[in-house]
Design a protein around this ligand. Structure first.
Ligand code: ADP
Ligand code: MG
Length: 728
């Protein structure tokens, strides 16, 4: 076969789809491989069960004797399911998941052996974690990291391994993962929200943050994907001319799911059911070979774990079906990229969704309280929220007129805008009984019947209210949801805490009634948060100018955006809310900026390699064929050869000029890289990579893509867009 590309295409065309049949109802499969409440009831003594449940519900410590009992039962359960190994399962700051398997098997002398798993192995481990990013934390403290059991996320079995969700921290307690700050943020929002709920209902003891993510992805034939070094090493195509047909006909979106993809989905969903991941929807997305799946929402910590686990499993199941899953935010130029909407809400242990309008005026006032406080939190911390979703790969999407812009704003819809306008007119200080009744009946009390059908879907908004939840839509498809969820819950916690202080002051000092005080504070919030509310088209250039006037940040690149992470205000915020120490915040910044540099560096190397070692030689080869042809024409036509070989000569010249374009820019890019690599200041280095290395990608790509249009298809080495996107 002439090229790896043609070989891959042939293999792909010759192979039969892998069929997957479902034999069992999903409700029967659901949670079968999870050490969940049901399983615990069966396997644990009453004391152990109550001990774990107290830890799950109220964050109580599990004592050693109970841990031993739990471990022993977990082992029995796991062995009954053919499990041989266990692992602490965690999410280091690489964004991926990590595991190191240990066998239950132990020798006990004289050639005997047993299966063993004790409380100490369940509760804590010390993996050799020196190669995980620590942002300088470990260097500073010269200490190792350890993992510690998170009982709020149940253990599960994958394949033949018992996986125990854990946090990952340095010996000195600093978080080295995404889960630890998330748990702290969830605790902070619980405290703050519960305190505010008590204005409305004294019985509320706990507030839980929920997350329902929607995961977009591409499914590409594995043989074709592996034929491309850029996809293999960077998760995206660095070059490739767009296909004549792309997504312009909108014929993929919500269309019938291709058979082969459906087999993959069925198997993936079956795996997820066993693991207790409540997948609910699946459909084709806008771009060809692009899909989306979403679960039923869950408690945020569990939802984050489930998304991380899902991303891992997707890759494994896809491989069985000869697919490669691309989770990258922008795998292909010219067609839509992928995101991960984070649907977020808060609900009480009494079963009330605090972001859903209630049935009575009082519960609707509670709704408005949480609704307006969330808007205010986003307004105060918009730059930090943008930083929470910053990555080299997500930069391709934000502001690229297909995803929410890099400017954070909040969409609330026409009806709620009107409600806020009316509330803005509330009298300052004490309210007359008439005004109070009027407010409660005609403004607050009118909310429920109009809301759900009026949640206009403004797809361009990065943070939209959709009826009973906010959708944070700018999260990247590859991202670990832990980071954005930590930031969102922290800023809302801080806001609710401040709100409570203000309301209490009005009650104590101004002698206002509770509801009067709430109305008064909310009125001021409505006035001050107007700049963050935007109902228009986020893709419109006019919005950029308008947002600037409103004082909103517009950080288009990761190096710019990340600065908000280590502003004085952010450091103080995380410290105050007990979510991250200054050391932890700074460490994260370093890790993220370093990751940015490395991503661009790798892409730059791959691009240079592919352009120089694959594209240029191919272009030369084709040029030689043309030269040979011109020579032949000259032999036949002698003096008249220029007329008959005019087009060939033109092609030869064009090829030369593109080769020159590639080589000149690649040389320039390598020089820029060399320069950047000598810089000590990582912030400056990241900026240099962004502005002087990455900025050359488009030029190099331009010449390569032009050559793709000129060179004989038969010898073109890289699998083309039409093949990647339309092979089903
Ligand atoms: P779409 O936004 O695509 O129309 P939905 O709004 O129905 O889809 O739901 C998307 C996701 O939002 C799902 O994961 C769903 O479980 C989740 N979701 C629904 N209600 C809530 C809520 N109150 N809190 C958090 N997530 C929710
Ligand atoms: Mg949605």
């Amino acid at each position: 076969m002439a090229t790896l590309r043609l070989h891959a295409i042939k293999k792909s065309l010759d192979s039969k789809p892998v069929v997957f049949e479902e034999h069992e109802r999903r409700s029967v499969l659901f949670g079968k491989n999870v050490f969940n409440e049901n399983t615990m009831r069966q396997y644990l003594t009453k004391d152990a069960f109550l001990g774990v449940m107290d830890a799950v519900r109220y964050g109580k410590k599990i004592d050693r004797a109970i841990a031993d009992q739990v471990a022993s039962s977990m082992k029995d359960w796991a062995l009954s399911k053919g499990v041989t190994h266990y692992t602490h399962w965690f999410q280091p700051l690489t964004g991926a998941t990590a595991e190191k398997h240990d066998a239950f098997f132990e020798t006990v002398g004289e050639g005997n052996s047993i299966e063993k798993f004790g409380g100490s192995q369940l509760v804590q481990q010390e993996p050799d974690a020196s190669s995980f990013p620590s942002g300088g934390i470990r260097n500073t403290f010269e200490a190792r990291g350890y993992t510690a059991w998170d009982p709020t996320s149940p253990a599960f079995i994958y394949d033949t391994t018992l996986c125990i969700p854990t946090i990952f921290v340095a010996y000195t307690g600093e978080a080295l993962d995404y889960k630890t700050p998330l748990l702290r943020a969830l605790h902070a929002v619980d405290d703050a929200a519960t305190a505010v709920c008590k204005y409305f209902d004294k019985n509320v003891k706990k507030v839980v943050s929920s997350l329902g993510w929607e995961q977009e992805y591409f499914l590409i034939d594995k043989r074709l994907a592996t034929s491309r070094p850029d996809i293999m090493l960077t998760g995206r195509t660095l070059l490739g001319h767009s296909s004549a047909k792309g997504q312009q006909l909108d014929d993929h979106y919500f269309g019938s799911i291709p058979k082969r993809a459906l087999n993959f989905m069925k198997e993936l969903e079956t795996e997820c059911m066993l693991l207790g991941i409540p997948l609910k929807t699946r459909h084709n997305e806008v771009a060809p070979n692009q899909f989306e799946l979403a679960p039923i929402f869950e408690e945020a910590n569990l939802a984050v774990d489930h998304n991380a686990l899902l991303m891992d499993i997707m890759g494994r199941v896809a491989s069985k079906h000869n697919f490669k899953v691309l989770l990258h935010e922008k795998p292909f130029a010219g067609v839509n990229g992928s995101g991960k909407h984070n649907n977020w809400s808060l609900s009480t242990d009494t079963g009330v969704n605090l972001l859903a309008p209630g049935k009575t005026p009082m519960s609707s006032l509670q709704f408005l309280t949480f609704f307006i406080n969330t808007i205010k939190a986003v307004h105060e911390h918009e730059a930090l929220l943008r930083a929470a979703i910053a990555s080299a790969s997500n930069d391709h999407r934000l502001g690229a007129n297909e995803a929410p812009p890099a400017i954070i704003s909040v969409f609330i819809g026409e009806q709620l805008t009107r409600v806020l306008e009316e509330l803005e007119g509330v009298t300052k200080g004490k309210l007359s009984p008439k005004e109070k009744t009027e407010l409660k009946l005609n403004v607050v009390g009118k909310i429920p019947d109009v809301l759900l059908d009026n949640t206009d879907r403004n797809r361009t908004s990065p943070f939209a209210f959709t009826g009973n939840k906010f959708e944070f839509r700018a999260v990247g498809s590859m991202a670990n949801c832990g980071n954005p969820m930590t930031v969102l819950n922290t800023i809302v916690a801080k806001q609710l805490k401040d709100f409570k202080k203000e309301v209490d002051t009005l009650i104590d000092k101004k002698d206002l009634k509770k509801d009067e005080a709430v109305f008064n504070v909310l009125r001021e919030y409505i006035k001050s948060t107007k700049p963050i509310l935007f109902e228009g088209n986020g893709y419109d250039a006019a919005w950029e100018a308008e947002a600037k006037k409103r004082g909103l940040s517009n950080n288009k690149t990761t190096p710019e955006a990340l600065k908000a992470r280590i502003s004085k205000a952010s450091i103080a915020l995380f410290e105050e809310m007990g979510v991250m120490s200054a050391i932890e915040t700074k460490a994260r910044y370093e890790i993220e900026i370093e990751a940015y540099i490395l991503h661009i560096q790798i892409e730059s190397r791959v691009l240079a390699d592919v352009a120089r070692n694959h594209i240029v030689p191919t272009a030369v080869k084709y040029q030689n064929i043309l030269i040979e042809n011109v020579r032949g024409l000259k032999e036949i036509f002698e003096n008249n050869y220029k007329t008959v070989s005019k087009e060939q000569i033109n092609l030869i010249e064009q090829i030369s000029s593109h080769i020159e374009g590639i080589n000149a820019n690649v040389t320039k890019m390598i020089e820029a890289r060399k320069h950047a690599n000598q810089m000590d200041n990582i912030e400056k280095k990241a900026e240099y990579y962004c502005n002087h290395v990455k900025s050359l990608f488009d030029d190099i790509r331009y010449h390569c893509d032009k050559l793709e249009l000129l060179v004989d298809d038969e010898i073109w080495p890289l699998t083309k867009y039409r093949e990647l996107l339309f092979t089903r």
